[in-house]
Design a protein around this ligand. Structure first.
Ligand code: 9WN
Length: 423
């Protein structure tokens, strides 16, 4: 697969050349899931190299930097100066995090080629790092006290300018200390990227965190949100950790218990009237009653009591009823729905891949098959775009985007079963 080969650096896969020249955390999880079909060993390396950036407190950083390309993306490695921060690794990383899909990816990569995995001692080496990562979420990020992890920056959600963050961001100054560089605009149009004002807020928040040495236990965050996708991925990854534990003769029970606790805790984000999960603003303890794709992703969890209602929402007028080609990132009936603007309407391949898994988990194979076919066609037709207009399929953002290619491969191979069974 040319895209994944072209974006491979020898140790990891960059999301896209130009726009995203470093290693991103949840991208690597999705990329490894596809790469396992092409080269299980490279998929293992993808995850192992990400973990070289793990901090002593267990966090897996949002970005592991390639310092030879420091002026090509902002914030840069020099913005974070992580090498000067106690507990950070010797290589340069961001201080923030991204959604925890890594244990899930690790298990899938192992299942693709158990012999190579065993020969390389892959699971026993990955397990303690993944446990430490999940412990970080538990001990440092349960800001709301209900057992869910909070994100303290929109970048941490992976859905940077989702409408879910608008109200919370309204409180944040858009005037960071340093002038903002926008190398991203050399590779994508401003109309498809977060605005200057949003970027000002993103940088302001990142500077605050960096200036307190990314110490979660010191200082006050001005943005603290519980997000459904982030927590659903954590719960799902606990199920994967249970399988990993079992495979290396350890007790899976604590992971199964945590997955169950997280699934229960997610109920606190469920909005019965809207029929899906929403985000909680932990600072003023309010639910953000907006209908976004993030609120559908808990469907990946088996035994989700709200699944029938969430499926109705997915198939209803706000998402699939009028037959878009892929699931949009935002309620198509919302007055501020924008089909080509980043996380405010376009369809993203990773989110659709997650929903395909969720549909299969809850017995909706026909819809899953349709989405899967459309996803593969659009990926191939448009040179693996970052995202597409859900109605027309027109490509937007960057092209030759790694997770689009990887997840299209995964669906094409058609052996994905997130419970680790090859079907
Ligand atoms: C900030 C790399 C990342 C993805 C995110 C996506 C986008 C970065 C940006 O690209 O975010 O992390 O500069 O816009 O929103 O999900 O991980 O592909």
């Amino acid at each position: 697969m040319c895209v994944l080969d072209a974006n491979w650096t020898g140790s990891h896969t960059i999301p896209a050349s130009g726009l995203y020249p470093h290693q991103w955390s949840w991208d690597s999880g999705f990329i490894a899931i596809g790469l396992r079909h092409l080269s299980p060993e490279r998929a293992q390396l993808e995850l192992e190299s990400l973990l070289l950036g793990q901090w002593q407190d267990g966090r897996i950083p949002q970005i592991v930097y390639d310092v030879t390309k420091d002026d090509e993306y902002s914030p840069s490695a020099s913005f974070w100066g992580s090498a000067q921060i106690p507990g950070a690794p010797s290589i340069s990383t961001a201080g923030l995090i991204q959604p925890p899909n890594h244990a899930w990816a690790t298990w899938e990569v192992h299942c693709a080629d158990p012999a190579t995995s065993r020969a390389r001692n892959f699971l026993p080496r990955m397990y303690p790092h993944l446990v430490a990562w999940h412990e970080y979420l538990k001990t440092h990020r349960d800001r709301g006290g209900v057992g869910l992890a909070s994100v303290i920056h929109p970048w941490e959600s992976g859905m940077d300018n989702s409408p879910l963050w608008d109200n919370a961001l309204a409180r944040i100054p858009s005037t960071p200390q340093h002038a903002i560089q926008r190398p991203d605009l050399l590779h994508a149009d401003l109309t498809e990227r977060p605005s200057e004002k949003e970027y000002g807020k993103f940088f302001w928040l990142a500077e605050q965190y960096r200036d307190r040495e990314c110490d979660d236990l010191r200082g006050e965050d001005r943005f603290i949100m519980e997000d459904p996708t982030f927590n659903a991925l954590w719960a799902y990854s606990e199920l994967s950790l249970a399988k990993i534990a079992e495979a290396i003769d350890l007790d899976p029970t604590p992971h199964l218990e945590r997955a169950a606790d997280l699934t229960t805790a997610l109920s606190s984000l469920y909005d019965e009237e809207l029929g899906l999960f929403v985000a909680r603003d932990v600072i003023d303890d309010t639910l953000v009653r907006k209908v976004t794709i993030s609120g559908l992703v808990p469907l990946i969890l088996p035994g989700l009591s709200q699944a029938p209602a969430v499926l109705r929402t997915l198939l209803g007028s706000r998402f699939l009823e009028n037959r878009p080609l892929m699931v949009p990132s935002y309620d198509v009936t919302a007055t501020d729905f924008q089909p080509t603007q980043y996380w405010r309407g376009p369809a993203w391949f990773n989110m659709n891949w997650l929903l395909i898994q969720g549909l299969r988990t809850h017995g909706r194979d026909t819809t899953a098959d349709e989405l899967s076919a459309n996803l593969q066609t659009l990926a191939l037709e448009h040179h693996f775009p970052e995202y597409v207009d859900p109605w027309t399929g027109a490509p937007h953002g960057t092209r030759n985007f790694s997770w689009t290619a990887a997840l299209a491969v995964d669906l094409a191979v058609g052996v994905t079963n997130h419970q680790g069974r090859i079907s």
